[in-house]
Design a protein around this ligand. Structure first.
Ligand SMILES: [Zn+2]
Length: 73
């Protein structure tokens, strides 16, 4: 896939979280007590709820402009 920002070729991959799901936070939202992303949108492409799996979302990374394009569901 070509980068929609600079037009360079991108690398396909995934952004992987550790223990907890990744969340999207609008720039106007602040972390609750500076720690918790309350009210954030969960970004996780897992089809199961297995505690042994890791949250992830598929996407593309542009090595030229250093942007990551994520395919949220
Ligand atoms: Zn780019």
């Amino acid at each position: 896939m070509k980068c929609p920002i600079c037009g360079s070729e991108t690398e396909k991959g995934k952004l992987v979280g550790d223990r907890y799901a990744l969340k999207w936070m609008n720039e106007k939202k602040k972390l609750f007590l500076g720690l918790w992303a309350v009210g954030g949108q969960v970004i996780d492409s897992r089809k199961t709820n297995l505690t042994l799996s890791r949250p992830f979302v598929n996407g593309y990374k542009c090595l030229n402009c250093k942007k990551i394009i994520l395919a949220i569901e």
